[in-house]
Design a protein around this ligand. Sequence first.
Ligand SMILES: Cc1cc2nc3c(=O)[nH]c(=O)nc-3n(C[C@H](O)[C@H](O)[C@H](O)COP(=O)(O)OP(=O)(O)OC[C@H]3O[C@@H](n4cnc5c(N)ncnc54)[C@H](O)[C@@H]3O)c2cc1C
Length: 414
Amino acid sequence: MKVLILGGGPAGCAAAYFLKQLGISDITLIEKETIGGCARTSFYDSIPYEFGPQILYTDEPQIRKIFEKFVENKAAPTKDREYHPKVIIDGNLERPHDFPITIANVLMSANPIKIIYELYKLKLDEPDFSNFENYMLSRIGKTLYDTYVRNYNKKMWKKDPTELDAEWAKERTLTLRERNDMFQGRWQGHPGNHNPIWEGMVSGIKIEKGIACVSESFKKVYVDGKSRERDYGLIISTLPLSNKLPYMNTLKIYVVIKEDKFIMPSYINSFPNNYNFIRIMEYKQQFYVENDHSLLDFAFSWNNDTGIDVNKAIEEVRWFCKNILKRKVEDLFFINKTYTYPVSTLSIRKIIENKLKAAADTKVLPLGRCGLHAYVSKDLCVRMGLIMKNHFDGVLQKGAKKLQVLHKMREKLR
Ligand SMILES: Cc1cc2nc3c(=O)[nH]c(=O)nc-3n(C[C@H](O)[C@H](O)[C@H](O)COP(=O)(O)OP(=O)(O)OC[C@H]3O[C@@H](n4cnc5c(N)ncnc54)[C@H](O)[C@@H]3O)c2cc1C
């Protein structure tokens, strides 16, 4: 059987890897840029960076084994390279709080008694799934939600939290934690360079450079304008499930500053509520690179309604470096990517279900973050590929059986 894969990010690469294991030899992957997608590592001098601060983590031994097979041992993620993001809620960089919120934050807050009383009254075994805000209120109470979660979410998703689906919160580590590492002791860290994973997964696969497109009905597939669906028994698409669904886009402004020490007060990154950017990330600090300069990025989220004024964003970043960080900008560049985050609002549940049903009746298998319109990390993209392999009979059938596999791929979100 001939298989076509659209998109060479973590989901497309993992799909190729598992198809090879099934003994399928005729696989073609279409990629418009380079293998690795959002998780491809680039280098500024010796400092590695990705489009996002790409921590590798998983709690599934089978997926961990796959990652470990490809990453160099010396740089493999371990527990001692835990990810400790911080959040700045009041603009004071000297006083970052833990992210996710920890018990220490509660005790050091202005009104610990009120927060503890609110937490005490919660019925943790009866979470409210009616929307994102209600879910969070039922997990952490009003004061913690108002202080740490509400504004960041409004800024990140450009939506009122009551419009967002509760699944958004479940997939993320936002609730009160005992430990201050984001992934709570899971296998985690940065491997130094992610590219050996993606390149290893697609070794032996035909890779074609091109721009792919799937019709809304999933019946037509084009590469560089040429119809391709007839040539293949299975087409795996990691492209957006539908153009009618909401997505966020991300502008990343990268700044180089002469500095041999760490600059950010937080361990890794922060979400200052009172600036337009949603986070700052210091790569040197994340990777412990010896260097006389440091690379920071400032992430801005935007959707097609709000748009983004890149020059204004650069101006804000320059102002922040000069006046808050008190550092001279040595170099500055930016990357502006669309379709970086699928947004899960209450009103789209039905659209997603109808789209999955439509795809299940064709030879297209949607996969990955945009393919299944799911806010997932790299390990869950690989997990989707594993589910495809384990239920390949269902994938090759059209209708109910295939739909069941698609639901299984999204089930961890619920
Ligand atoms: C800012 C940010 C931070 C993140 N941090 C983490 C983290 O710390 N840990 C973690 O595990 N995950 C993290 N993630 C999530 C992780 O990056 C995604 O889960 C993962 O990259 C999704 O893989 P994918 O293959 O579904 O999509 P992508 O990575 O988006 O890959 C899609 C690929 O398809 C190609 N493509 C797109 N359109 C076309 C087309 N029309 N024709 C041909 N090719 C096309 C693209 O060039 C790309 O290579 C982060 C994501 C972002 C945006």
